[in-house]
Design a protein around this ligand. Structure first.
Ligand code: 2DE
Ligand code: MG
Ligand code: MG
Ligand code: MG
Ligand code: MG
Length: 320
């Protein structure tokens, strides 16, 4: 089943979100408007807004309240990617030139700042201090994680725990926050919104581990960027970490260094793929997926719960 089909009962609300996204990025500066629109139109799964809306279905769901939160979470995600592409010097995302490639780094920094500020403006419509605190804390953690990732680059003596902490901050926390803030916006009781947070966290972990596997095994056309980019950039993810457990592999993988060209790294990518590390990474992702599904069982039965289950399964097993 396609992702969009899973939440087809939300279709009219998703259309409202898409419209509101476009409406929100209007600016007095043509450049900011064009650069933001470019990012927006490059697409994406809009998974954070979908989680916001679905979490809201466990409470008093009012689309006029939910839409601000849903759009804000997508804009924060977008802003962080515009900045991330500057940091990672990435020219392509989702098969489209990044803002930093189409314009330049300076424009990209301000575009990210602009989009981030718009998100906060929308959030200001929500009268729930707790939700704002969760969002702010999440952003702090994401930033700490990104700094840690820089420190951990090309550091081959790190362990799985270091990696898990990084992906928690990079990906899982914002997804968890989307679920929890969506629920809080709909006045969902605390015991339930905490469970939705845990659900989002586990799904986010599974999602990022899958993303990191795909970076090794998917094709360039599917990734919208060359395969093996993570390792080439010194970013040690689950497959590399599992492969490093073998001493002979370790000697080869430790040869990866900053000045390396993509062609020089291909044999190491092949080595990692043949080492059984991909299978171990899939198992790791599946463990988080199971935890996400187990938490769902504790939630009241409704259509949103069924949809969250479908999406979680899809996300843990996606091919690209
Ligand atoms: C994507 O990770 C990074 C996401 C977080 C970036 C956060 C920043 C701080 P990847 P891909 C820059 C927050 C800033 C804001 C909200 C303005 O591993 O492969 O680079 O998608 O992922 O590039
Ligand atoms: Mg990046
Ligand atoms: Mg990055
Ligand atoms: Mg990636
Ligand atoms: Mg990604």
């Amino acid at each position: 089943m396609k992702l969009k089909m899973m939440y087809s009962f939300l279709n009219s609300d998703i259309n409202i979100i898409e419209k509101k996204l476009e409406e929100t990025i209007q600016a007095d500066s043509l450049l900011l408007k064009q650069a933001s629109l470019h990012t927006l139109q490059a697409g994406g799964k809009r998974i954070r807004p979908v989680f916001v809306l679905l979490a809201g279905k466990f409470g008093h769901y009012d689309i006029n309240v939910m839409k601000n939160v849903a759009v804000a979470l997508e804009l924060i995600h977008m802003a962080s990617l515009v900045h991330d592409d500057v940091i990672d010097d990435a020219d392509l995302r989702r098969g489209q030139p990044t803002v930093k490639a189409k314009w330049d780094n300076k424009i990209a920094m301000y575009t990210g700042d602009f989009v981030f500020a718009l998100a906060l403006e929308l959030m200001a419509n929500l009268d729930r201090a707790e939700a704002h605190k969760i969002l702010a804390d999440t952003m702090v953690e994401v930033t700490v994680g990104e700094i840690q990732q820089i420190r951990d680059k090309y550091r081959f003596n790190q362990n799985l725990r270091d990696y898990l902490r990084r992906i928690k901050r990079k990906t899982a926390l914002l997804i968890a926050a989307s679920c929890q803030i969506g629920a809080i916006a709909a006045d969902v009781e605390e015991a339930i919104h905490r469970k939705l947070y845990r659900f989002g966290y586990y799904v986010g972990m599974s999602y990022q581990i899958t993303d990191d596997i795909l970076d090794f095994v998917a094709k360039e056309e599917e990734l919208g960027k060359p395969a093996g980019s993570d390792l080439l950039q010194g970013n040690i993810t689950a497959p590399a970490l599992f492969a490093l457990e073998n001493a002979a592999n370790r000697i080869e993988i430790e040869k990866v260094h900053e000045k390396m060209e993509s062609a020089d790294i291909q044999s190491i990518i092949t080595l990692i793929k043949q080492s059984g590390a991909i299978e171990k990474s899939v198992e790791l992702s599946d463990r988080y997926l199971s935890k996400a599904l187990a938490i769902l069982e504790e939630l009241p039965a409704n259509k949103a719960k069924k949809t969250l289950k479908d999406i979680a399964r899809f996300i843990g097993r996606r091919k690209f």
